[in-house]
Design a protein around this ligand. Structure first.
Ligand SMILES: Cc1cc2nc3c(=O)[nH]c(=O)nc-3n(C[C@H](O)[C@H](O)[C@H](O)COP(=O)(O)O)c2cc1C
Ligand code: SF4
Ligand code: SF4
Length: 282
């Protein structure tokens, strides 16, 4: 890795030294120098913070580093986006254009990852038949669990599904009556599905996916799309090799977040009620 400081551009503000968490940039005889480039995790901070564009870093794409427009940032519009996003479970029969999904994933890649690992990957499914088959498989599995739960000891099943016995049974009773009429309680008849995955091994893999997923759902909402995180599918993928294979999950990777998306069938014009946060101030 080659990192160079252009001396005649540099003002010696030392921001690169202060902002480099990896200890690449250090003070040497009163000047900032990239003394340990091998420690670099490609976070881009030095290049982004340098007010003089005095750093050349050959591990980074200079075309992706451009000036930000502070005028575009509005706290109120961000709050409105987060407050207005709902889990959407009823979609219009309309495809999501590929370029819109690309735009969403392009934004998600700016989500933070532990040690700037950037190992989050995405599988985008727009094949509606595959989505339908996936939903059917999970529903059949849920139905089998339900039958077993009804008949026998339920402790293990309730733990595996994360649902309490009563709630699970009651929900399934209702769902069983609705599915024959075409209602998809698993993937909500969505036109698109995004799986967010990382290597199986490693630290903070689930966190990295969750942060990307959070950006996906909020940005999609700001683009007029609806999303819903599908924990049922994440669990099913953990247990079912055939599901992983039909959805193209590569060996050695684990899906930590599944998101259906599409155009909402109707808006949610009001905000929602939520518990007060449990906060302790020290
Ligand atoms: C980790 C996680 C898993 C979820 N799994 C499902 C799911 O399998 N099916 C579903 O319809 N909604 C699922 N949801 C959506 C939640 O039910 C929803 O976020 C919650 O009820 C709050 O509603 P809101 O998203 O509209 O604010 C999931 C949400 C999260 C964060
Ligand atoms: S941030 Fe840029 S201008 Fe400031 S010391 Fe580092 S290289 Fe020089
Ligand atoms: S890209 Fe990040 S880790 Fe690498 S030298 Fe710059 S600030 Fe340090």
């Amino acid at each position: 890795m080659n990192i160079t400081r252009i001396d005649n551009k540099c003002s010696r503000c030392m921001l690169c030294v202060r902002d480099c968490v990896s200890g690449v940039w250090r003070l040497v005889d009163g000047a900032p120098e990239p003394v340990e480039p091998s420690l670099c995790n490609l976070c881009s901070h030095c290049v982004a913070v340098c007010p003089r564009s005095a750093i050349i870093h050959d591990g980074l794409d200079p075309d992706q580093v451009s000036a930000l427009d502070k005028k575009k940032v509005s706290a109120e519009s961000y709050r409105e986006t987060v407050l207005g996003r709902r889990s959407v479970r009823n979609f219009r029969d309309r495809e999501v254009p590929r370029n819109v999904i690309e735009r969403i994933i392009d934004l998600a890649r700016y989500s933070p990852t532990a040690s700037n690992e950037q190992s989050v990957g995405y599988i985008v499914v727009t094949d509606r038949e595959l989505i339908r088959k996936t939903a059917n498989k999970i529903y059949s599995f849920a139905l089998r669990l339900y039958e077993k739960t009804r008949k026998g000891p339920i402790g293990a099943i309730a733990r595996a599904t994360g649902l309490s016995e009563n709630r699970y049974l009651k929900v399934m009773e209702y769902i069983k009556g609705q599915v024959p009429a075409g209602r998809d309680f698993i993937l909500h008849n969505a036109p698109a599905l995004i799986l967010v995955h990382t290597p199986k091994r490693g630290s903070f893999m689930c966190d990295n996916c969750s942060l990307a997923a959070a950006n996906i759902i909020n940005y999609a909402h700001s683009l007029g799309l609806g999303t819903c995180i599908i924990g049922f599918l994440t669990i099913a993928l953990r247990f079912s090799k055939s599901l992983r294979s039909s959805l193209g999950v590569p060996a050695g990777r684990r899906v930590h977040a599944c998101i259906v998306l599409g155009y909402p069938a109707y808006p949610h014009p009001k905000t929602v009620s939520r518990k007060e946060p449990d906060v302790k101030w020290l």
